[in-house]
Design a protein around this ligand. Structure first.
Ligand code: NIG
Ligand code: FE
Length: 418
């Protein structure tokens, strides 16, 4: 049983009693911390923490089986939880990115068979092992930037075999990686060109062919639909979400990125775990979300990278909603899984305080993966998934000093990584 004692922590950030499953409204601004702290890890879990002058700390130093880490000048944060990614993909798409710079919109690229369909063509040819190896490298990259849990979607397959291939890769990643991983089946990510004259046939394929196979092999935890202008309608989305629920898969859907598409309301109606993107969120959408158990999730990387409008995060929090923020790591609209950058964007572009931004990227994203009882804060009994920063002056410095990695050391499941 490995034990680690981290001592002289300048500030231990994101403490709670482990019972808080999410933070909403004003609560999002509360981030409990302890200065001059220690933290004890035993058996993969956070076993205890306190301040350096506790008597308990003196007792712990007598346990010479514990490895000691001196964190003088450094802070400890709960690992980021990234509740929305597409990080299993066949190839980068930087040529389309240049088309975008020259003026083509995301929708125009999609209409001419680029975008998601471009990835889907490459996916058909990609051997499973290569797909797995490339994704594993991306996991290493996000671990080094402080992520401790990640959701990964299918959706570049768009055929029975190709979707299953992606989901099998995600299953292998779950087995091999120290990260907590959840898999989401996104068969309805885009309509393949050959179904343009017969949309219903593709939805039938998703519901009647793909979904039963996915469920039979236990390949997914959730189901997703890109419910938006030019992609899938609220009616089509409702049908898919209903079918998913019959197999015990709750929705985590793409909604309201390109228009007031009705996606948010559809997600709420089917008790989706989260609705994600939300650039087009108005009063009606906020009203729909308020009484629900659905986590509104904003993806700052996508709006930034596509140079599109920003979701009204401030308004949503002020209305009493919780807000989560995830990376959307994917080759088309957000080619980065760096959650520290998301933290900076949360503050700079969405006017979240650094405290709100930390809650948005830890406990609230953990809620959006149903793991906030296990991770997303520093609490006794939670899994020891955390990172030690480089020497930094304040918590606020993390979003402020944007663009470089402030993580010095990563601990996942109570073990030092790297
Ligand atoms: O979340 N909006 C839909 N899907 C992804 C983009 C995927 C892609 O372009 O490859 C997103 O932004
Ligand atoms: Fe996405």
């Amino acid at each position: 049983m490995s034990k680690i004692l981290i001592k002289n922590i300048k500030e231990l950030v994101g403490i709670d009693d482990g019972k808080r499953l999410l933070a909403k409204g004003k609560e999002m601004g509360k981030l409990e911390t302890q200065k001059n702290a220690w933290l004890f890890i035993s058996d993969e879990k956070i076993a205890a923490f306190g301040t350096m002058n506790d008597k308990k700390y003196m007792d712990l130093t007598k346990d010479d089986s514990a490895e000691i880490i001196d964190a003088s000048g450094k802070m400890v944060f709960p690992s980021f939880v990234d509740s929305h990614t597409h990080l299993v993909y066949p190839a980068s798409r930087e040529i389309e990115y240049v088309d975008k710079i020259k003026g083509l919109s995301y929708e125009e690229i999609a209409k001419r068979g680029g975008g998601i369909l471009n990835s889907a063509r490459k996916m058909q040819e990609m051997p499973e092992d290569e797909l797995y190896e490339s994704a594993l490298k991306r996991l290493d990259e996000i671990i080094a930037h402080g992520t401790g849990a990640v959701e990964i979607k299918s959706g570049y397959g768009l055929s029975v075999e190709s979707e299953l291939k992606m989901l099998r890769v995600i299953r292998r990643l779950k087995e091999a990686s120290p990260l907590i991983i959840k898999a989401t089946f996104l068969g309805a990510h885009a309509l393949p060109l050959e179904y343009r004259q017969n949309r219903k046939a593709y939805i039938d394929l998703v519901v009647n062919e793909m979904l039963p196979r996915v469920a039979e092999e236990h390949l997914a935890d959730y189901i997703d639909v890109f419910c938006d202008k030019g992609f899938f309608t609220p009616q089509e989305t409702a049908r898919i979400l209903e079918a998913g629920l019959q197999y015990g898969l709750r929705g985590k859907i793409h909604a309201n990125e390109l228009d007031f598409s009705g996606g948010i309301q559809t997600g709420v109606n089917y008790n989706a775990l989260s609705v994600d993107h939300l650039e087009y969120t108005g009063e009606e959408e906020i009203e729909a979300l308020l009484p629900s158990d659905t986590m509104p999730t904003i993806l700052p990387g996508a709006a930034f990278f596509l140079n599109m409008r920003y979701a009204p995060a401030r308004k949503m929090i002020d209305a009493g909603l919780p807000v989560a923020m995830a990376s959307d790591f994917n080759p088309g609209s957000s080619p980065s899984g760096n959650m520290q950058l998301i933290l900076s964007m949360a503050s700079i572009l969405y006017r979240l305080t650094p405290q709100e931004a930390v809650n948005a990227t830890t406990i609230n994203t953990a809620y959006a993966m149903e793991i906030s009882d296990e991770t997303g804060s520093i609490a006794v009994g939670k899994r020891a998934n955390l990172f030690i920063t480089k020497e930094i002056p304040t918590i606020e410095f993390i979003p402020y000093y944007y663009g470089v990695n402030k993580v010095n050391e990563v601990i996942l499941n109570g073990k030092r990584i790297k």
